[in-house]
Design a protein around this ligand. Structure first.
Ligand code: G
Ligand code: G
Ligand code: MN
Ligand code: NA
Length: 249
């Protein structure tokens, strides 16, 4: 209960903020975008992980408030033309209900930012239940011009069936597959197959959790399009991303 009250207060008092983890072209090193990751540093409770408070926000029915806060901050940062695109994580409940598309479009219209510069990331879990309704909403987001990425790919079930049914722009290989790259031949076989699968479906493939130079070298060799991880850049405050984008120009 203490945590619930603290989350409501954090929302009210603007204690949630957003960090951004850069994504680079694997071959050229060009900055291609960044993933928005919400942060809560509470004066009394300390730093609380989104893995903990996002499910709580869903239970409490305030997930839309969190999502719109993240989207507003991301869109404000996109006023900087040196930042190509920002990715925002969506949770199940936002796709179970109507209304998110219109809210998102009005946030972008107010700032004069085109939807193509925002990508929404969903995990396979989002696609499993209520598939028809969720597909309708994801198709709506895509028709409005937003990009879509399938996050944590390979960790869920029935991934291949969903890849045919849903239309994505990018596939993010889960970091558990990247971890053993450059050490185990089996890991390279799995990652290579996912990259070829993505390319066969016309998708760009993003590797997440890239931590070591050997992993990056292997991803390049296998033809992975984009990389994200502690090696190339940790999640950072908006000011740091702006500096990085300015230097990259
Ligand atoms: O950044 P970190 O490793 O602490 O993130 C933990 C989890 O929280 C990740 O699975 C990430 O996708 C999720 N997450 C981070 N920010 C958001 C957000 O704004 N919305 C949703 N729904 N999930 C988020
Ligand atoms: O579930 P999702 O992929 O959205 O989670 C993103 C989370 O992964 C973020 O909380 C971020 O802090 C974390 N992360 C980012 N880069 C790395 C990395 O190189 N290694 C590991 N282990 N975690 C990472
Ligand atoms: Mn993500
Ligand atoms: Na992910």
């Amino acid at each position: 209960l203490a945590m619930e009250a603290a989350l409501l207060r954090a929302l009210r008092e603007g204690l949630l903020h957003v960090h951004y983890q850069p994504q680079f072209d694997a071959r050229t090193g060009t900055l291609r975008g960044a993933e928005a990751l919400v942060r809560w540093d509470d004066p009394r409770l300390g730093a609380i992980s989104p893995a903990e408070f996002i499910p709580l926000a869903e239970e409490m029915g305030v997930i839309s408030d969190v999502a719109l806060l993240v989207l507003r901050q991301a869109v404000a940062l996109l006023r900087d033309p040196a930042i190509p695109r920002l990715s925002v994580n969506l949770s199940v409940m936002q796709l179970r209900r109507d209304g998110f598309l219109d809210q998102a479009l009005s946030v972008l219209a107010e700032a004069g930012v085109p939807p193509a510069r925002i990508e929404f990331e969903v995990t396979e879990g989002v696609l499993v239940d209520d598939t028809v309704a969720v597909k309708h909403r994801l198709d709506g987001l895509r028709a409005a011009g937003f990009a879509l990425a399938l996050d944590d790919f390979g960790t869920g079930f029935s991934a291949l069936a969903y890849l045919r049914l849903f239309r994505f722009d990018r596939l993010k290989i889960d970091r558990s597959f990247i971890r053993d790259l450059g050490q185990e031949a089996e890991a390279a076989a799995v990652v290579s197959s996912v990259i070829n699968l993505g390319h066969g479906l016309g998708l760009e493939v993003v590797a997440e959790g890239v931590e070591a130079p050997a992993q990056l070298a292997e991803l390049r060799r296998l033809g992975c399009d984009l990389v994200q991880g502690y090696l190339t850049g940790p999640p950072m405050p908006p000011g740091a991303l702006k500096l990085l984008a300015a230097r990259a120009r």
